[in-house]
Design a binder for this molecule. Structure first.
Ligand code: IMP
Length: 439
């Protein structure tokens, strides 16, 4: 059975976790294929509210194989903390598998992440500080340490010595920070390897076999397409290799492109971003604080980062970027999240084009300078005041909310099959079953 990819269509934090949590019931394998601890998913279900960074959102079902694929970089300490938290809250994690080819975040990666940000000064990216970017740099530079290394007690010391000698030179001479201690890291990471070993596997073969048997596989993206290294607002992007976009999914899990036939694009009903970089529709007025604090939605579901707790930048829905990322990912189905947060505005705006140097454009310029000077051209639509959190049928939404959803659908150029109207698993309007009649 072909695989489905779930991706974020904006700058991350679109609510992919809840969409994966929703669709996971129809799949037997749920796999993460890119990014690392920098990612954050919030999931609310019958067991409570959970913030996940590395464990796939399918873990709550108990009978699913959950995979952290070769395309992910793993902070073992963070992963073990996440597993303990899940265990303490009664979630069975025995079916979690970790690719032996995945790369590992090492102590020098966090040192370099913060030192690089300091060196960038006023042009800092605003990274999550988790060491994720530098771990991907090392992967590409071919001096990374992989899960297979830390679980191999015989060979790990040799590999660590080789890489640490190199990294300590960089840390002491270029960054002028104290060298890191070999014995300390060896002991710490050997212990991590011991604890993770029961989960470590050749996940590539396991996923390929499941695909060959005809099982439904769900590939869970992290971050958003506009943070993608190739296609995002460079250099204000994340460093994931393979890409955060759908095309990276096969590489990051070990399947070919023909294995994937559906792509679910998750879009928030407005725009948010954490960290620096261009955001044409960003708001700074009272609408910004209203949206940041959860708008007309549930209080306490406000826009603060799952990983860093930073306040998210907020803005009106950007239809230009939404169409761009929909095509970039080959989106076949859209999940629109947090429609409830827009309740209570007199009017709502959607950006349909930009003005740049007195010209109207409908594409994202590659030049950072140009991207920072874009002036959004908005369509203004009437707002709605009726609470939508209990609505389960499209026809029961206020006419103004339906008009808003339809306009986004035209701009994204793909059918909106799911609309979330609250944080709980069942608070959604599902208009089409992407798994073919099983809802
Ligand atoms: P890094 O991935 O930590 O290097 O951060 C690079 C950029 O990506 C920064 O702007 C981060 O705020 C952003 N970023 C990384 N992960 C996420 C995420 O899961 N959600 C939203 N933004 C993210």
């Amino acid at each position: 059975m072909p695989a489905v990819v779930v991706i974020g269509g904006q700058w991350g934090d679109e609510g992919k976790g809840r969409v994966v949590d929703f669709h996971a019931r129809y799949c037997s394998v749920i796999a993460r294929y890119s990014a690392g601890t920098n990612a954050g998913h919030t999931i609310i279900n019958n067991k409570g509210k959970f913030a996940l960074h590395l464990v796939p959102a399918g873990i709550f079902y108990g009978d699913k194989t959950c995979v952290i694929g070769n395309g992910v970089v793993i902070d073992p300490d963070g992963l073990l903390t996440e597993l303990s938290m899940l265990h303490e809250r009664g979630v069975d994690t025995a079916r979690l598998l970790i690719s032996n080819r995945a790369h590992v975040i090492m102590p020098w990666h966090r040192v370099i992440d913060s030192a690089d940000e300091e060196l960038r000064g006023g042009n800092a990216i605003g990274t999550t500080g988790t060491g994720t970017g530098p771990a991907f740099h090392d992967k590409v530079a071919r001096i990374g340490i992989r899960v297979a290394d830390i679980v191999d007690q015989q060979r790990f010391p040799e590999r660590l010595r080789e890489v640490l000698d190199y990294k300590n030179r960089v840390i002491t001479s270029l960054y002028q920070r104290p060298a890191l201690d070999f014995d300390e890291i060896l002991a710490e990471y050997t212990a991590f390897g011991d604890r993770l070993r029961p989960h470590v596997a050749d996940t590539t073969s396991i996923v390929q076999e499941a695909h060959w048997r005809g099982e439904q596989i769900l590939l869970e993206g992290a971050q958003g397409s506009l943070l993608d290294l190739d296609s995002g607002t460079y250099p204000y992007v994340t460093s994931s290799v393979p890409a955060s976009v759908a095309s990276g999914a096969g590489i990051g899990i070990g399947l070919g492109p023909t294995a994937i036939d559906r792509v679910v694009g998750v879009y928030k009903a407005y725009q948010t971003r954490v960290g620096n970089g261009p955001m044409p529709t960003e708001l700074f007025d009272e609408n910004a604080s209203t949206l940041r604090e959860g708008g007309g939605g549930v209080p306490g579901t406000a826009e603060y980062g799952t990983t860093t707790g930073r306040a998210r930048r907020v803005g009106w829905f950007d239809g230009v970027l939404a169409r761009y990322t929909s095509r970039l990912n080959g989106v076949t189905s859209v999940a629109l999240t947090r429609l409830d947060s827009l309740t209570g505005f007199d009017s709502v705006k959607i950006c349909v084009a930009y003005e740049l140097d007195e010209e109207r454009i409908t594409t994202l310029p590659a030049s950072l300078d140009d991207a920072q000077r874009l002036v959004p051209i908005y369509e203004e639509l009437p707002g709605w005041s009726q609470d939508v959190s209990d609505v389960r049928n499209l026809g029961d939404l206020p006419a103004e909310a339906r008009q808003y959803v339809r306009r986004i659908e035209q701009l994204v150029d793909a059918p909106i099959d799911m609309i979330s109207v609250g944080p709980q698993r069942d608070q959604a309007i599902v208009t089409r079953d992407i798994f073919g009649g099983r809802l």
